[in-house]
Design a protein around this ligand. Structure first.
Ligand SMILES: Cc1ncc(COP(=O)(O)O)c(C=O)c1O
Length: 390
């Protein structure tokens, strides 16, 4: 492990230092170039240093970076409007990360039931192997032992059910249930894609039991899957949705989006964030949204996603250790029948950034502005690595 005497070692880091980025390409401090097919874990959806985002940040940094939420922030209001126009939502709360966005969603669900005079309904049902963040509440929502270990006692009010199994969710519902929280595609557990009827079935269950349906679109949102929001493939809207990661292209920002009816449970003092939705982050997010909303952008994500998936399927046909290839838009998982860490590390040494999920899955989250030539380049590195290692 690399020694960094003054940094708490909560990450196992590769011995690589990047010093510059442009589009899909990163340069390290030795001058070597890399194809970034991880996008800072789904953050750099527009690639590195997109000129529109850079210009917006530069301009805003020279004018006003931060005031606070005790005063109006017109850019935040503009961003909230743009976000609501992208989906079911009518109002937005801004924070700084995915975990915080999910905290806001969990608090909002509880407060909604409190305001309905049903404060006994505080429980949130989440799914096995989901990922919702690292704060105490969101790691409790994250039904994975490796994330929860050592942090007992965990907050009360979370229950787990298998993913992609609406019946199991319905069976888990009890008199204390307030909400169901799911990722439309499980990202951290290796791009696990549910059946097309899954979200509509959850919508139906939430309606019948008068529960709130919450989607965590922290990883799947902002165009990643070829729609602005992943759940839009299914037509089943949630009551609350969270976003972060790519929202402001790397300036930390999270958001909790909901209907006006649900949002009414929050009033001044109910929830807050010093930085949430400040001028700098809002300017970066507005520029990001403008690019994603551009003519033909999302269609091109879907087309390039299909191209990537076809290439991965070709590789899997020639490599027995690949047991499954799955993807939606530019989010792909390659399941191996053996550990994937070494393959990921050799990919890095050959100039390709991907990640290892759940020990045996290679995940690709390339920037949405990736070109087919760059996809070809990544496929060729991956095929070479699988050839040489297995
Ligand atoms: C689906 C999902 N939700 C929440 C989070 C947590 O986001 P953050 O690390 O910004 O707190 C992540 C991070 O990987 C995620 O993938």
């Amino acid at each position: 492990m690399i020694k960094m005497p003054h940094v708490i070692p909560s990450y196992a880091r590769f011995p690589v230092t990047f010093v510059r980025g442009e589009g899909v390409v990163l340069w390290d401090d030795q001058g070597k170039t890399y194809l970034d097919f991880l996008s800072g874990i789904g953050v750099n959806n527009l690639g590195h240093c997109h000129p529109k985002v850079v210009a917006a940040i530069r301009e805003q940094a020279g004018r006003l970076i931060h005031t606070c939420n005790l005063y109006r922030i017109p850019l935040q209001e503009e961003l909230a409007k743009a976000l609501t126009e992208s989906c079911f939502a009518e109002q937005v709360f801004f924070c700084n990360s995915g975990a915080e966005a999910n905290e806001a969603a969990i608090k909002l669900a509880r407060k909604t039931m409190f305001e309905r005079k049903q404060s006994h309904r505080y429980e949130i049902i989440t799914t096995n192997n989901g990922f919702h963040g690292r704060t105490l509440a969101t790691l409790t929502a994250t039904a994975q032992d490796k994330v929860q270990r050592g942090y007992a006692p965990l907050p009360a009010g979370f229950k787990y059910a298998p993913f992609n199994n609406p019946q199991a969710i319905e069976q888990a519902i009890g008199e204390n249930t307030a909400a169901i929280l799911v990722e439309p595609i499980q990202g951290e557990s290796g791009v696990v894609i549910p059946d097309p009827g899954y979200l509509p079935a959850l919508r139906d269950i939430a309606n019948r039991h008068d529960l709130l349906l919450i989607y965590d679109e922290v990883q799947t949102g902002m165009g990643r899957t070829g729609r602005f929001w992943c759940h839009q493939h299914s037509g089943a809207a949630p009551d609350i949705m969270t976003s972060a990661k790519a929202l402001a292209s790397g300036v930390p920002m999270g958001a909790c989006l909901t209907t006006a009816k649900v949002a009414a449970a929050f009033s001044p003092g109910s929830h807050g964030s010093t930085f949430g939705g400040n001028y700098l982050a809002s300017s970066a997010a507005l520029a990001t949204m403008e690019v994603i909303n551009g003519e033909g952008f999302l269609k091109s994500v879907a087309a390039k996603g299909d191209y990537l998936l076809e290439g991965l399927r070709r590789i899997s046909a020639n490599h027995k250790m690949v047991t499954d290839v799955r993807g939606c838009g530019l989010m792909a998982g390659i399941q191996l029948n053996s550990p994937a860490e070494e393959a990921v590390s050799v990919c890095l040494s050959r100039g390709l950034l991907v990640s290892c999920q759940m020990g045996t899955i290679i995940r690709m989250l390339p920037p949405l502005i990736v070109g087919t030539q760059e996809i070809d380049g990544a496929l060729s590195v991956l095929a070479g690595v699988l050839n040489d290692l297995f």
